[in-house]
Every structure is written in structure tokens, then in C-alpha cells.
Design a protein around this ligand. Sequence first.
Ligand code: OAD
Length: 249
Amino acid sequence: MEQAAASIASLLQNARHVTALTGAGISTAAGIPDFRGPNGLYTTGAYDAERVFDCRYFAKHPELLSAFSRDLLRMVSALQPCFTHRFLAALERSGYDVIVVTQNIDPLHQLAGSRCVYPVHGSYAEAYCVRCHNRWPTAEYANMLERADVPVCACGGVIRPDIVMFGEAVKYMPEAQAAVSDSDMLLVLGTSLTVYPAAALPSLAQGPVILVNKGPTGYYPKPDDICVDAYLDPLFRQVAVQMGLDVPD
Ligand code: OAD
């Protein structure tokens, strides 16, 4: 792992414009399960994940996504960003241009201090009414979920989080594509790279791709790429030391 950390540090030291494409694996150390890892939502069956995020199922049974959202929002209020979230924010503070493209619906990148975050699968930052499109911040939506199985707007429409479900268009794709193709290097962190179109983003990278993921991914590396099968936080702690980068708690 030390060798991998040294190689990543050295590539980062020669870059200025860095894009990070992140997935659920960057947040597992905070206690949020991923989807396809050993404790993932699809693996353990804790939720019927195929249905929770299916827009056709939601149209008929909104209570399933509401129950998932209630559990997630109760948990998220107590969560802290992991080391790797904080590493990316510290890299930005130290003078790098850092753009984060995340498939995650949690707010941990923003909480860590990253300023340019494109949540391509949406986020829980806001909820909206499916009928009149009125919007509410997440704290109000969390309160609604504590009072009703399925929050309903004054107009009668169901209120849902602003996340992307299967069958819906992803968000910020032009911005994400530009970020990947314009950066000196792409970090791909904690994602199985199996869900498109996000999984196709690394193919747009002009510079080296550094992929760190515990377990297999759908990525086919180019000769200059570095792929490391490792947990993120211990590895990026070493990268920070190698770079002399201060990453506050
Ligand atoms: P996955 O669960 O598919 O992949 C997460 C990867 O991170 C797995 O390979 C894990 O083994 C790995 N992993 C877990 N903890 C790690 C750690 N601490 N360090 C390094 N690797 C770790 O999650 P995503 O690729 O993010 O979409 O999934 C993509 C999309 O599939 C999600 O955004 C979601 C889901 O369906 C929607 O909801 C639209």
C-alpha cells in the first residue's frame, strides 16, 4: 500500500485540475451501506433496493422510498465525513482545482467542505411535490417523514426527495463530462462502476485515472492508470502524509 500511496502522491503533485468520481464506497466508513459490497443494500437485502429506487414502483407504492428516506435522514444527521471526503476538501483548500462528481445521495462531500460537487444521482438536499413541484429543504422533509408515512403536499401530490431513481434522467452530466475531460487526472473512488452513464465517465479522461476500490469494478485500465484494490481511508491517509497535506478532523 505504501508504494501505491507514493505513486498516487507523485501523480497528484504534478496535477492542478483534479476531478474525483466517487461512489458509495467513500461513505461506508461513516456507516452508510453501499449497494454491491459485502454489506451492501443489494447484497444483504436490508431494503428491497431494486424497488426502492424504481420510479415506476414509487408511483404506485411511495411508502417504500419514504421509509428508506426516513431511515437515511435519521442516520445522516449524526454522520461525519470520512477521511477521504476530508482529503478531497483539503486538496482544494491547498490550491488544487477539485471537482467532485458523486453518485452518492448523502451530503458528506459538502459537509467536508468541497465547494464544487455534482451529485449526478441527485441528493437529499431538497424534496419536492411530484404534482405542483413546490420544494422544501431536507430538514423540513425529515420532519414531514416523522409525521406521516408518505408526506403529501397541500395540493395532494406526494412529496419525494430530489434523488434520481432508475428510469429517470441523471443530473449534471454535461458538467461531469466537462470536468472529467478537462482535468489533469481523474480519481475514481469507491465505486463498482456498474451503473451508466456515470460508469462511462472515466473513458473521457485525458490524463491518468487513479482508481481505488475494495473489490472488482467494471473499469478496463489504460497503461498509465493506477488501480488499487484497497480501502480508501487508510490509503489516502498515507497519500496525505507523502504529500505533506494537512487534513484536519
Ligand atoms: P456500489 O455498491 O456498486 O460500489 C461500491 C464499491 O465500493 C464496492 O465495490 C465496494 O466493495 C467498495 N467499497 C466499499 N467500502 C469501501 C471502502 N471503504 N474503500 C474502498 N472501497 C470500498 O456503489 P456505487 O458504485 O456507488 O444508483 O453504485 C452506483 C449506483 O448504484 C448508486 O449511485 C445507486 C446504485 O443503484 C442509484 O440509486 C440511481
